[in-house]
Design a protein around this ligand. Structure first.
Ligand SMILES: Cc1cc2nc3c(=O)[nH]c(=O)nc-3n(C[C@H](O)[C@H](O)[C@H](O)COP(=O)(O)O)c2cc1C
Length: 195
């Protein structure tokens, strides 16, 4: 049987793809499914990958402090980030622990570099997932077609969080015609898993 012994190389290359996914909107790693625990029930949703740091591996996204996902991560920091690149047929499953950066020097640095167009998403009158009596896009009415000026946009900061996901274990599955490859990376140790 042909050995696939370059899993170290596959791992390094997948991290490069993740880094590319930060700015490259066409990358299938630009978004991922974040799963949290809501009581005893899992909850998944799509979020945008905003940053990646290597050694130790951390990934980052932004969210509204009032959202359910943030409440869930505060009450239980364990979560999973799931990526799938359909064009290369690679799935990454990251077991993570979340650190919620809210009104601290890290969130304020990220906020400074957040575009006005994105800032208005944090100015919504309703906490995300609130039940509404009628349709509302949850951004201030005056900014439906324009962006706020910098001064007014600062009002969004109170709802802004930058979330760090510290990756404890990576599970990589590469689908291949000549035999799928699956392995995990935990504490810098790589081990094969049955696909
Ligand atoms: C393509 C796409 C990207 C999204 N990116 C984010 C994001 O970066 N952060 C976020 O909080 N919600 C994002 N959302 C919205 C969430 O998927 C979700 O609907 C919303 O945040 C409410 O989730 P919650 O009630 O579980 O907190 C995105 C949705 C889509 C479809």
């Amino acid at each position: 049987m042909k050995a696939h012994d370059d899993i170290k190389g596959i791992y390094a290359s997948e991290i490069d793809y993740l880094v590319d996914g930060i700015k490259n909107g066409k990358s299938l790693y630009h978004t991922f499914c974040l799963s949290t625990l809501s009581g005893s029930f899992p909850e998944g949703r799509t979020v945008v990958l905003r940053d990646v740091k290597r050694d130790p591996l951390n990934i980052y996204f932004n969210a509204d402090y009032r959202s359910k996902k943030v409440k869930e991560l505060i009450s239980n920091k364990n979560c999973t980030a799931l990526f799938y690149d359909q064009s290369r047929r690679v799935q990454l499953r990251l077991r993570c622990q979340a650190v919620v950066h809210y009104k601290n020097n890290i969130s304020s640095e990220i906020w400074k570099n957040t575009a006005l167009q994105s800032r208005k998403c944090y100015m919504g009158p309703f906490p995300p997932s609130d039940e509404l009596e009628s349709w509302h896009p949850n951004i201030p009415d005056e900014y439906l077609k324009t962006d706020p000026d910098k001064e007014h946009s600062e009002e969004g900061y109170i709802n802004f969080t930058h979330i760090e996901l510290r990756v404890a274990e990576v599970d990589i599955l590469q689908l291949r015609h000549d035999g799928h490859i699956r392995f995990k990376v935990s504490d810098d140790t790589l081990s094969y898993l049955a696909p």
